[in-house]
Design a protein around this ligand. Sequence first.
Ligand SMILES: [Zn+2]
Ligand SMILES: [Zn+2]
Ligand SMILES: [Zn+2]
Length: 764
Amino acid sequence: MTMVCRRARVRVTGTVQGVGFRPYVYRLAGELSLDGFVLNDVHGVLIEVEGSAPVVDRFLERLPSEAPPLAVLEQVLVEERAPSGTIGFAIRASIAGAVPDAPVTPDTATCDDCLRELFDPSDRRFRYPFINCTNCGPRFTVVRGVPYDRPLTTMASFTMCAACRAEYEDPTDRRFHAQPNACPACGPSVRLLGGLEPAPEPVDPIAATATALAGGAIVAIKGIGGYHLACRAGDERAVAALRARKHREDKPFALMAPSLSVAASLVSLGAPARAPLTGPARPIVLAPRRPDAPIAESVAPGAPELGVMLPYSPLHHLLLADAGETLVMTSANVSDEPIAYDDRDALERLRGIADLFLVHDRPIQTRTDDSVVRVVAAPAHPRTAFLRRSRGYVPAALALPGAGTRRPLLACGAELKNTFCLARGPRAWISHHIGDLENYETLRSFVEGIEHFGALFAVEPEVIAHDLHPEYLSTKYALERDGVELIGVQHHHAHLAACLAEHGEAGPAVGAIFDGTGYGLDGTVWGGELLLGDVRTFRRAGSLLPVALPGGASAIRQPWRMACSWLSAAVGGGEPDLPASLAGRVDPRAWAQVHRLATGSTAAAPATTSMGRLFDAVAAVAGIRAEVNYEGQAAIELEAAADPGERGSYPIAVGGAPLVIDPRETIRAVAADIRAGRSASVIARRFHRTIARATVEACTTLAAAHGTEVVVLSGGVFQSRLLLESVWDGLRRAGLRVLVPERLPVNDGGIAYGQAAVAAARLI
Ligand SMILES: [Zn+2]
Ligand SMILES: [Zn+2]
Ligand SMILES: [Zn+2]
């Protein structure tokens, strides 16, 4: 009997490097007694296998289905080769090339195998807070350059001991080429610093930290992408002290629960929310707070949702196991500064906040905040929505539509919640969360981040896309770069294009883009926009009725100013009465002044169509918020107040060409409800229902008029779950197809990718 011999060459693309793919192939080939080789090259992984035809078939069948957990296979191409009679199977040296496609993967939560060892007293890494393997551990946050190899990571100064080196070099070991591989004998270590008196250094700094936390201490803890500030979540005194020292008046603190079951006692967790909570990226998951959640009042005053995460580094696992209860784990910064990640800087900046410091000597290369997601109940199926996409997801690439970009490009993003984006060919790399670009510190991490990403992904931008706002630091940065082609992209078009592009849709579509602020084509402040467009171009098909933004930026901090502006527009003629709900909170003279400003058409009161500011105005009239401590607070609290049982709504006008959503009647009705003594929760719900109805009507009208059935919903206002879900449902009932951002935030964190998509489309 003759056996048919076959040799197949297999080209695998996707996220297949640094994820244990070669050892996996080696094991699979060994198990099936196939000959050949596997290697990494610039395109991904190249395999050749030789053996009897049915066995090669079996190999090809099993290859994608049994791939390691972190591998993402985009394509598996098989080509026949002439059998060569090779004996044995080898992992061959990587073929270096000029253009690496997927060299760096996101940081990944400790895997189950490592966890077993971490808590096994007989293991040599028992309680070692830096245990990791090919399937887990730090990646993006420790990478200094490419190729992704130990000397170009922040592990460079630690020399592997013989035992670690043997694992690292053994293709059958799950630590084969795990760059951060380490053990207590050769790797980084933790120390507990600070305290009232110079105490001898504790034998087990993590156990000592847990004891200090139990005693009410606030501890700064160095993690994967930066420092956290921690205290017991159930200790009102400690949480209130943390809040006072951090000057973070109302913003909710994130929590880290020791286990899924404890997390489920804090928030209601459906199956869709459990997936990200326990997945490899381990974001903070926002979910509805349980009324009996055993946490201090000061953790999240007035917030209907709590942000909960599970331990994601071995250090966290040890600490939470020792503490045995939920901890506050909030980004270590003062107020609006970026999160601390550099050791000396952290010790200096956090001295007045933390009582103790749990530090370690593995440097963090790139400051990377925790990601934040929540589950949105879409009519078809629940989906994850990002509020912040950072640690655990960055730097995974997103595809650009069509053939991608013809020339390498950089998109600079917006001002608030900034991210930038580099793109080459079909791929776009969106940065970690940079933050609000309004101080030197964040600007510096923006500029350094661009250089770092450029080196990692071999992108030398020839084209730079930017926002149209001349005062954004990101725009100024773009305009100052020499020798590049500049492409200005309107803010709300970038929101629309980002959503179309991530769904691989070309458009055209109707876009309802509602946010706080964006520079309009006419130089006014846009923010309640009805666009008609595709990835390349757009036109403004309608908007919210423009009103004055009295005092510019101070109108954002003081929603009562927008209440005055909208009431002035709604009642017409003279000064509107100060609503009873604002009496005692707003000085009547200031009210009169703002009324004059709002009706005077001066540069101090530019026109705005901002939907975010309309929500602010109604929150103020309803008596919920006269002033805010952070952007979006009024809208969040308005949504939280809404009475789910209320079925009423207000009149609102939708019509004209271009189409205008005119809520002046709505505002008059809200004021009448206040005079009638109706509660804020009834008003809040009626208002949300009104805006949802108007949005559905506006979108269906435009879709019918322009022969499209696709509607994009985006912009920061759609962070309101109540608004998003009801608009979505209404549009679906009207027979339209709804697209919302799923892989990037609905807020300005998605702008850079949208700018990149627009620029790429215009370069064709
Ligand atoms: Zn592991
Ligand atoms: Zn070692
Ligand atoms: Zn925006």
